[in-house]
Write a protein that binds this ligand. Structure first.
Ligand code: GTQ
Length: 371
């Protein structure tokens, strides 16, 4: 082990066990207590030691399973037909990484999932299909490829596909493991089964989504963005514009954060999201930070080196970076850009004052690939 992290120093627990101590520990157990020095180094590591591991899921494989599930269960039976990502290091939490959940949901034309609300915040990144919509707080939101949609916590939501639509597939992201870990999880079903739609389609992006403009006397006072949908065409256009004007960030290329237009903050209280563009052939430098990240390849192909391991990716694959793990990205196509959508728990990390970031300085900023 790195000397820097040796526990054989004054200030760390280094009690050697003996018979007397062993019987003392046994006695403590009888009273539901324990000796701190027995667990101290484990519960207060020198630095974050995420149980989640870096991982990559191929869309080709997951898509096949989602399509299979369409014939196996109905939304009436399953409530939501989802194949979720189960990180091998966090199997007990149904987590994709850290305290974040994610899965791929599929629906066929004419299906509807019953309206519900829960303590967890949810977001969606749309992959494929036609005629899909979600209803969020009585606003109907049509879904298109690579659109980013939010369902903040406590808000009614249901999804469906028009009768004349096509099988539609999207990625869900929720902070379910976090809400559960905090013992703060509530779940309700809508009394009418499905929500009545009370607003014209597209009202919120029209009211709040004009560039640099907000209506005078608007009365949005909720702790989340009024932009329930961030459409792909506008997002890509913004990245292409920024690409003309800057060199971008050495760790993330041309990267933009989805924001609440009212205050420039994150889109929801517990989860945030970014879209980044890697220019043809771009290979970013490695860094690490606290907070867990789930990536979805919106466009292109390449690889990421995460904790020294190389993960190749292509369109609609998902991969994850656990907290405090080195990561760098490479677009392997020299002729076209690649775009990575990602969501994270950074709003939570920031509110807790847990954010830390570090650049990888050895080897020209690139990790050695060990596997
Ligand atoms: O749409 O609210 O994939 O509650 C898992 C749990 C989606 C949702 C999931 C959920 C949702």
């Amino acid at each position: 082990m790195d000397d820097k992290f040796s526990d054989e120093v004054l200030g760390r627990a280094r009690v050697k066990n003996n018979e007397k101590l062993a019987s003392f520990y046994d006695d403590l157990k009888n009273y539901s207590t324990g000796a701190l020095w027995e667990v101290a180094n484990d519960i207060e590591p020198w630095e974050p030691a995420a149980p989640s591991v870096p991982y990559h899921w191929s869309y080709e494989v997951t898509r096949k399973h989602v399509v299979q599930s369409i014939d196996l269960v109905t939304p009436e039976e399953a409530a939501r037909r989802v194949v979720y990502f189960s990180n091998p290091g966090a199997l007990d939490k149904s987590a994709c990484v850290g305290w974040l959940y994610s899965g791929i949901q599929g629906m066929k034309p004419g299906e509807r999932a019953p309206a519900h609300a829960h303590s967890s915040s949810a977001l969606r990144f749309i992959i494929e299909g036609k005629g899909a919509y979600t209803v969020v707080d009585h606003h109907k939101v049509p879904l298109g490829g690579n659109d980013f949609v939010i369902t903040p916590n406590g808000v009614w939501h249901d999804h469906g596909i028009a009768e004349d639509g096509e099988i539609s597939i999207w990625q869900d992201g929720l902070d379910i493991p976090l809400a559960k870990a905090m013992d703060a999880s509530f779940y309700s079903l809508h009394p009418e089964g499905y929500q009545p739609i009370d607003f014209p389609i597209g009202d919120l992006p029209t009211i709040y989504g004009a560039p640099g403009l907000l209506p005078v006397n608007h009365n949005w006072d909720k702790p989340y963005s009024p932009m329930f949908k961030y459409p792909w065409d506008k997002t890509y256009e913004a990245l292409k514009g920024l690409e003309q004007m800057t060199d971008g960030c050495e760790f993330d290329g041309i990267i933009m954060r989805y924001t609440n237009p009212i205050n420039g903050g994150h889109v929801m209280s517990t989860m945030g999201a970014h879209m980044q563009l890697l220019r043809g052939g771009e290979h970013t430098k490695a860094h690490r930070h606290t907070g867990s990240i789930v990536y979805h390849v919106a466009k292109g192909q390449g690889y990421s080196v995460i904790g020294g391991k190389k993960f190749e990716w292509k369109e609609h694959d998902v991969f994850v970076v656990p907290s405090w793990v080195w990561h760098e990205h490479c677009n392997t196509n020299s002729k076209d850009d690649a775009c990575l959508f990602s969501f994270n728990d950074l709003p939570t990390i920031e509110k807790m004052n847990f954010y830390r970031e570090e650049a990888y300085t050895e080897n020209g900023g690139h990790q050695e690939i060990v596997a």
